[in-house]
Write a protein that binds this ligand. Structure first.
Ligand code: HEM
Length: 144
């Protein structure tokens, strides 16, 4: 099994990539290309959900392939706490993202726009705690 650090590194790259896609969709919206905004966000949704699903499967099958394996092996108590906070953003996002897609596709603007504020705050919290604080290398390597 790859180490938890390697998995976190791959996820950081993947989340950065879909965030660029999200940014592109907002630029499309800004320039009046609403359909492009929708297309880019459909791609954003599918890619993000695929990454979450793949990560979840890996977490479940990991200990069967390598007994004792866990993504948090070797993590400090601080990083374990960060993961708990990170999940406080990720879990609501899994609910809000399908709602964003649905309300966008249905053109339910009065729900889509206020929900966009909630979505943006959750995404930002997920980025800061995930990309900013979760460990992609052993603590010794991060603070030599
Ligand atoms: C984060 C900030 C976002 C803002 C400010 C925003 C805003 C908007 C606005 C103003 C529209 C046009 C609504 C209308 O009058 O029909 C729209 C459409 C749409 N949005 Fe968003 N949106 C955001 C994020 C998202 C996300 C995260 C998704 C999907 C996961 C999404 C999916 C869609 C879709 C599918 C449409 C329909 C596009 C079409 O007409 O083909 N949006 N959005």
């Amino acid at each position: 099994m790859p180490s938890g650090y390697d998995i976190i590194l791959v996820l950081k790259v993947a989340v950065s990539a879909v965030t660029l896609l999200l940014a592109a969709s907002l630029i499309a919206l800004w320039t009046g290309q609403v359909r492009l905004h929708g297309r880019l966000n459909l791609l954003f949704f599918v890619l993000t959900m695929t990454a979450v699903l793949a990560f979840e499967i890996l977490l479940r099958i990991g200990p069967y392939i390598e007994p004792g394996w866990a993504v948090t092996n070797g993590w400090t108590p601080f990083h374990r706490q960060v993961l708990r906070v990170h999940l406080c953003f990720v879990i609501p996002l899994l609910l809000v993202m399908p709602l964003m897609l649905l309300t966008g596709l249905k053109h339910w603007r009065r729900i889509h726009l206020p929900l966009a504020v909630v979505f943006a705050l959750l995404w930002l919290g997920m980025l800061v705690t995930g990309i900013g604080l979760l460990p992609h290398a052993p603590t010794d390597a991060l603070n030599p």
